[in-house]
Design a protein around this ligand. Structure first.
Ligand code: THU
Length: 139
């Protein structure tokens, strides 16, 4: 699975966003170490706080299906009706969810806009000094 292919999947996922409040559509495509893809979109809520980001939707769908080993995630986000003029970085909560299931040294986060620009960073780069299961000694 190339980054370009995964970015395309994130763009497709973005079309499923439920964003009546922010009108900001985000799509994510998460790939497991075995090569399976899980898509996610942001799902907003009238009470605002229960909103789920695209990244977490993808992770929670995958974890429900029994997946525990992840290789990389592509994220594409931008205002509704736009092609995503800028790259969209994952929020802190989503980085923390990634920390629960991914090796921060090897898990790759790919940010892409709609115009061919992209940026790839490890989870460790995106969440330095992160707190994860290993800090509890539970692994
Ligand atoms: N959002 C995501 O889904 N992922 C991100 O990486 C950043 C923000 C969503 C949450 C909310 O529905 C909308 O974008 C505006 O914050």
């Amino acid at each position: 699975m190339t980054n370009e292919e995964l970015i395309l999947e994130a763009k497709k996922a973005r079309e499923h966003a439920y964003v009546p409040y922010s009108h900001f559509q985000v799509g994510a495509a998460l790939v497991t170490k075995s090569g399976k893809i899980y898509h996610g979109c942001n799902i907003e809520n009238a009470a605002y706080a229960p909103t789920n980001c695209a990244e977490r939707t993808a992770f929670f769908r995958a974890v429900y299906e029994g997946e525990r080993e992840f290789a990389k995630i592509a994220i594409v986000g931008g205002p509704e009706g736009s092609e995503a003029d800028e790259m969209c970085a994952p929020c802190g909560v989503c980085r923390q969810v990634m920390m629960e299931f991914c090796n921060p040294e090897t898990f790759q986060i790919i940010l892409a806009d709609g115009k061919g620009k992209c940026l790839q960073r490890t989870l460790k780069e995106m969440l330095p000094y992160g707190f994860g299961p290993e800090n509890l000694g539970s692994h």
